[in-house]
Design a protein around this ligand. Structure first.
Ligand code: ZN
Length: 283
């Protein structure tokens, strides 16, 4: 099996590939390298004709703390990768730098992963915050343990939602507004009731329950699975997801620019963020 620095790629049983996020010491925070490795791992599963279903799971106490906001030299990190979209270049100034980077590694990857040909399952436990949602929401199914919680905390940073803006599709209009505007976490049970989650199981049963669910798909013809997924995903397009995504992504970047122009420290609730990461205010 291939070796990834921040992931584990394995085939636990025939027809099923499983990718583990494996930065537990960083609560699986996503740096640029991890996202490109994840994209490579998905591609590997797509190109392996023996694989019918892919599971995305996480090592450590939490699924993902989101984007790694402490990643040094983000521009250099992106330049080191072979980009998959066409927004990024080596000549960025002003607002274009952040816009192009996020178009490539956040919004771009999420849309690509949503449309992967083969079915995908997120197997989720612990906390999933902001960018953490952007690994879960593009998957076709979400199996969650009872302890799982989900939160878009970008409002605490003066940002109107994560870069992959599908809140209304995941939660319904009214619950999405509550989720986004209060910034409060929701439980797995609330996610189930809103239609975001397929199944909730006890934490100790999560791995086996996810495999059992994967088996119930992997016993079907691979081509039919792809066609069925693609047909249901067409509903996103019919419901105008591309327009909503573009409007929200531009609003997201207006808020990034606003923050840089105002440099108002109160827009970033560091105490809140540090609380989650288990750090004191000082470090
Ligand atoms: Zn952003």
């Amino acid at each position: 099996m291939p070796e990834f620095e921040s992931l584990i790629y394995e085939i636990p049983e025939p027809h099923i590939a499983r990718i583990w996020l494996n930065r537990p010491e960083a609560r699986n925070a996503q740096d640029t390298k991890l996202l490109y490795q994840l994209n490579d791992a998905f591609d590997m599963a797509m190109q392996d004709s023996s694989i019918k279903v892919v599971i995305l799971a996480a090592k450590g106490p939490h699924f993902s703390a989101g984007h790694d906001l402490r990643e040094p030299k983000v521009r250099e990190a992106l330049k080191a990768e072979k980009t998959v979209g066409s927004w990024a270049s080596d000549d960025w100034e002003g607002a274009e730098a952040a816009y192009a980077r996020e178009k490539e590694i956040y919004e771009g990857f999420c849309r690509r992963w949503r449309d992967l040909a083969k079915p995908t399952i997120a197997s989720v436990h612990g906390k999933s915050i902001a960018g953490g949602l952007m690994l879960i929401w593009p998957m076709d199914f979400i199996i969650a343990s009872e302890d799982a919680t989900f939160q878009d905390n970008t409002m605490f940073m003066g940002i109107p939602g994560v870069e992959y803006f599908v809140h209304a599709w995941e939660l319904g209009i009214r619950k999405a507004k509550e989720f986004l505007l209060t910034g409060a976490p929701i439980t797995a049970q609330e996610g189930l009731e809103a239609g975001m989650i397929n199944k909730i199981v006890p934490l100790e049963e999560l791995e086996e329950a996810t495999l059992a669910f994967a088996r119930s798909i992997a016993d079907k013809p691979a081509f039919a699975l792809k066609l069925a997924k693609d047909a249901i995903n067409a509903a996103y397009q019919a419901q105008g997801i591309e327009n909503v995504q573009k409007i929200a992504f531009n609003a997201h970047h207006l808020s990034h620019t606003h923050y840089r122009l105002t440099q108002d420290g109160s827009m970033l609730d560091r105490e809140f963020l540090n609380n989650f990461r288990g750090r004191s205010k000082k470090d």
